[in-house]
Design a protein around this ligand. Structure first.
Ligand SMILES: *[C@@H]1O[C@H](CO)[C@@H](O)[C@H](O)[C@H]1NC(C)=O
Ligand SMILES: *[C@@H]1O[C@H](CO)[C@@H](O)[C@H](O)[C@H]1NC(C)=O
Ligand SMILES: *[C@@H]1O[C@H](CO)[C@@H](O)[C@H](O)[C@H]1NC(C)=O
Ligand SMILES: *[C@@H]1O[C@H](CO)[C@@H](O)[C@H](O)[C@H]1NC(C)=O
Ligand SMILES: *[C@@H]1O[C@H](CO)[C@@H](O)[C@H](O)[C@H]1NC(C)=O
Ligand SMILES: *[C@@H]1O[C@H](CO)[C@@H](O)[C@H](O)[C@H]1NC(C)=O
Ligand SMILES: *[C@@H]1O[C@H](CO)[C@@H](O)[C@H](O)[C@H]1NC(C)=O
Ligand SMILES: *[C@@H]1O[C@H](CO)[C@@H](O)[C@H](O)[C@H]1NC(C)=O
Length: 532
């Protein structure tokens, strides 16, 4: 047994004994006024400051896409902490919001997107309005979701490993520790249950907690999780690599023709023509079928050539190579113009790499802000794919499939992913689910007792756009019911409001089942479908 293991066992024993002799330890019983809250203890970090203030009538105005509606009349205790990790020159902000009245005895950690770990009041307002105590953190980063330029590299050009660790995992735990402790002080009792709710980077943070801090959250909602970051993000560059190597950059308009044609080819396979591909296994879409047709574009009709079709086929196939275990590729039905975006520069169509992969390759893999990702061809691609995983996989991959500690702690996770996600590959989420099953004894029903994946047909990244598919309506309540009432989600309720106000409902099916029309009944209602 290693010294480390021994040490861990020893501290577990000491904890167990301490719990026996002092059962009330850590269970405060008197409330503290908001302004009088004191610094919590955060292992591995110093709390540099705490500022707390009662906000009796707080407003958070909508700020799409971060927050789509206004929140007014919030009565809460707002707590701002600044912490710094021992031996690290970082400044991590954590904001905790505690409802003054109507606390539901729950704590929820909220996540970020892109290169931001969280968005403070924009993440907090929707859950605090529901009675949750909640926290958000910037992980000590710039807060800019679009770029890590201000934090990725030290002045000497090496990667700031400490801040990368904050972004990858550490800040999720700090926030959970801080948020729960501050809530316990304020209310005089600990939260009865703790949850995570996030999408994209927020989904990755939730699964990182299940992997590395399995006792932090009783229930986790992880939407479109950016797990396997070190591989999938490099693979997001693939469409640009193909267009460059094949010398064929395709207009957004023509890309849309391919997406539309793939939907037309596969929409009805589930028995319903609703503009949504439900069954991807049966979907056989051949881009070459569009050769000789044309697309109506702004500047007139554009002919679709064999070269364009071949490029789209290569994009949909994804990169292949000895180190590439499964397809890192968009599904038919997903918009191609995010990852394969192009623009006209000086009269010529050129590639426009997506910012997440562009920045990851520049700042982290190449450590060169001036590196031109548009120059990457097939062979350089594979080397970058390998290097990204080799150098950063252990810290940033977030793809550990052993969730046994989370299961033992009683944790429940609802993972969901839009099948028409245009940025993060749903196949990675499915592959992770399969790895979890494989790792935990190859028993899918045993895994379903604590971990379920729901795929949302026709839904784009985090359901943010006007997608034709129904988006999970309230996954947080679903995981709360699973944790607190042992009501496992046999389906995940989803809805979509049409332009004319019609509400479409669907029940998302737990992977590997998929939704099938019963053959009769209103096609806009969930009750007309079954999971098969
Ligand atoms: C709360 O703030 C809103 C504006 O944000 C204001 O209209 C309202 O009068 C305030 N309510 C109280 C009780 O102060
Ligand atoms: C939010 O409130 C602002 C100002 O009070 C208003 O202009 C805006 O339309 C509101 N937005 C939404 C989404 O309700
Ligand atoms: C670069 O700078 C960082 C931060 O000051 C330091 O920790 C690291 O050792 C330096 N690396 C090299 C190769 O100089
Ligand atoms: C597109 O194809 C049509 C029919 O084959 C042809 O007449 C036309 O010249 C082509 N347009 C362009 C811009 O190549
Ligand atoms: C593609 O690039 C154009 C030009 O920069 C931009 O306006 C557009 O938003 C991009 N499209 C997507 C889907 O990101
Ligand atoms: C367009 O051409 C000009 C002059 O050659 C050059 O300075 C500029 O960078 C070019 N723009 C792009 C987007 O390539
Ligand atoms: C990438 O890694 C795989 C597996 O280790 C190896 O077979 C392959 O040659 C590597 N490719 C490059 C370009 O380094
Ligand atoms: C798989 O797990 C289920 C649920 O825990 C259990 O009932 C069943 O016996 C297990 N099957 C096998 C083959 O171990």
């Amino acid at each position: 047994m290693s010294t480390l293991r021994k040490h861990n066992l020893l501290s577990i024993l000491i904890f167990a004994v301490a719990a026996l002799v002092s059962p009330s330890e850590g269970a405060p019983s008197s409330k503290t006024a908001c302004a009088a809250l004191t610094k919590p203890t955060i292992p591995g970090a110093s709390v540099l400051s705490i500022q707390s203030q009662h906000l009796p009538n707080a407003t958070v105005l909508a700020s799409p896409p971060l927050l789509n509606s206004n929140f007014t009349g919030l009565d809460l205790c707002s707590v701002d902490l600044v912490i710094s990790h021992h031996g690290v020159n970082d400044r991590v902000k954590i904001k905790v919001w505690l409802p003054s009245t109507g606390w539901n005895r729950r704590f929820v950690g909220t996540g970020g997107s892109g290169y931001a770990a969280g968005f403070f009041e924009y993440s907090l307002a929707p859950v605090v309005a529901l009675g949750y105590a909640a926290a958000s953190t910037d992980a000590g980063l710039s807060g800019d979701p679009y770029s890590p330029a201000l934090w990725a590299l030290h002045p000497n050009g090496t990667v700031d490993e400490d801040l990368l660790l904050n972004f990858a995992s550490r800040s999720v735990h700090d926030m959970a520790v801080a948020g729960k402790a501050v809530a316990a002080q304020y209310y005089g009792k600990k939260p009865a249950h703790s949850y995570w709710n996030g999408c994209s980077t927020g989904g990755r943070q939730g699964l990182v907690a299940a992997q590395r801090y399995p006792k932090d959250f009783d229930g986790i909602v992880a939407g479109a999780p950016a797990i396997d970051w070190t591989r999938y993000v490099v693979a997001e560059q693939w469409p640009q690599v193909v267009m460059r190597e094949e010398g064929t950059y395709i207009s957004q308009c023509v890309l849309k023709s391919f997406t539309d044609a793939s939907i037309a080819a596969c929409d009805s396979l589930d028995g319903v023509a609703d503009g949504v591909i439900t069954d991807l296994q049966l979907c056989k879409f051949d881009p070459l079928s569009l050769v000789g047709t044309s697309a109506q574009c702004d500047g007139g009709r554009e002919n679709i050539t064999a070269e364009m079709a071949s490029v789209v086929a290569k994009i949909l196939a994804g990169p292949k190579g000895p180190a590439i275990a499964h397809p890192y590729a968009l599904n038919p039905g997903a918009a191609l113009d995010s990852l394969a975006n192009t623009t006209i520069a000086n009269g010529t169509r050129v590639g426009l790499p997506f910012f997440v992969n562009d920045a990851w390759i520049k700042y982290f893999v190449k450590k060169d802000p001036d590196f031109d990702t548009g120059s990457i061809g097939y062979s350089a691609f594979e080397a970058i794919f390998n290097q990204s995983q080799r150098e950063f996989g252990p810290v940033m991959g977030s793809y550990q499939p052993d969730l046994s500690a989370f299961r033992s702690a009683g944790g429940k996770a609802i993972v969901w992913h839009g099948l028409a996600d245009q940025l993060i590959f749903p196949r990675d989420t499915v592959a992770y689910h399969q790895k979890v099953v494989q790792t935990l004894g190859r028993n899918a029903s045993a895994v379903a007792e604590f971990y379920r994946t729901f795929l949302a047909p026709g839904v784009d990244h985090c359901g943010a756009g006007p997608t034709p598919g129904a988006v999970p309506a309230d996954p947080l309540s679903a995981v709360v019911a699973w944790v607190e009432e042992q009501k496992a989600p046999n389906v995940l309720e989803a809805r979509r409001v049409e332009a004319d106000g019609t509400v479409i409902t669907r029940n998302l099916c737990p992977f590997p089942s998929t939704s099938r029309y019963r053959g009769a009944g209103d096609k806009s209602l969930a009750s007309s479908y079954t999971c098969a």
